[in-house]
Design a protein around this ligand. Structure first.
Ligand SMILES: Nc1ncnc2c1ncn2[C@@H]1O[C@H](COP(=O)(O)OP(=O)(O)OP(=O)(O)O)[C@@H](O)[C@H]1O
Length: 297
């Protein structure tokens, strides 16, 4: 059974069209990413899935029910960008309070440990750093042992180590069978975590694919750089069908091309008795795919 089904979602705020036409479906146990430039409509989309906003048009079903159905409240964990906690509440109080909202809550002590909050249990929310607030909001999204967790900008504000720890935590949650819907700006995060990604641009779907599939769409272009051990002519390499462009950067040569570029270039050099020193190879990344699809850096 499809866990989340979004069909032709549309939502506007007054004159602003936030979501024009978005459709996607999420399978059980998937980590499904929503990627897109600022203002693309990502948060509005997940808020509609979470039942926090009512769509103007389209249909959303979650676990077989219409989004917003009160029965879904305890089955979905939501972490949104803005936390609604009061400044005076301590971390421990928040965790204990949220545990009482659910029929089968997780052990908040374990979650606090997993999210590195143990030393902060007595700290008031208002005195937490941005990263600590973020970690608490992730813990609160997971505290009800949800079947689906919706995480919006999950690692924004976290330092690189905390971000990696959170990725491990997310992978662990998926391994327990939870389906995850992630909104993210971080390409590395999307590439590392997501099984599939929908790219939303100006309120509509620009692409829906696996991270590798999106990267392929950006073109299979590669770039190699090296320093030849002896002078060579451009023609030696530009005649190769794999080579699209050759530049000289001082004593180094930079080549872009496709297919089995590295093998083709190194073979020609070797047959001419030339060694490619300081050789590097770069491939398209999800960043390239994103720019290709949305035209935005
Ligand atoms: N409550 C609101 N009232 C009016 N306009 C809104 C509201 N929330 C969002 N918008 C507008 O709707 C559009 C989509 O916003 P949304 O927050 O869904 O995009 P987003 O892709 O999540 O953006 P970001 O990456 O910046 O968080 C934007 O133009 C935004 O200004």
């Amino acid at each position: 059974m499809t866990v989340i089904e979004v069909q032709n979602l549309a939502k506007r705020y007054g004159e602003t069209v936030a979501v024009r036409d978005v459709s996607f479906s999420v399978e059980p146990g998937e980590i499904f990413g929503i990627l897109g430039p600022n203002g693309a409509g990502k948060t509005t989309t997940v808020e509609c899935v979470a039942g926090l906003r009512t769509p103007d048009a389209g249909r959303i079903t979650v676990l077989g029910r219409t989004a917003g159905d009160p029965e879904l409240r305890t089955r979905i964990g939501v972490q949104l960008q803005e936390s609604e906690l009061q400044d005076k509440i301590t971390v421990r109080e928040a965790l204990e309070l949220y545990s009482t909202f659910y029929p089968d809550p997780a052990d908040w002590r374990v979650l606090a440990g997993d999210l590195g909050l143990n030393a902060k249990l007595k700290t008031r929310f208002g005195n937490l750093s941005g990263g600590q607030k973020q970690r608490l909001s992730i813990a609160l999204a997971l505290i009800g042992n949800p079947e689906i967790a919706i995480l919006d900008e999950l690692t924004t504000g976290l330092d690189p180590q905390a971000r990696r720890d959170t990725w491990d935590l997310i992978s662990g949650i998926r391994d327990r069978g939870v389906t995850l819907l992630l909104v993210t700006h971080f390409m590395e995060e999307a590439e590392r975590l997501c099984d599939r990604i929908v790219v939303i641009d100006k309120g509509a779907v620009a692409a829906l694919d696996t991270p590798a599939g999106l990267i392929r769409r950006a073109g299979d272009e590669q770039r190699i750089r090296f320093r030849p051990s002896a002078p060579i002519t451009d023609e030696l390499l530009t005649v190769l069908p794999e080579v699209r462009e050759l530049h000289r950067e001082g004593s180094r040569i930079a080549i872009t091309g496709t297919g089995n570029l590295l093998h083709a270039v190194v073979s020609v050099l070797a047959s001419n008795g030339i060694v490619a020193a300081e050789l590097t190879l770069e491939r398209s990344t999800l960043d390239d795919a994103f720019v290709h699809l949305t035209g935005k850096e």
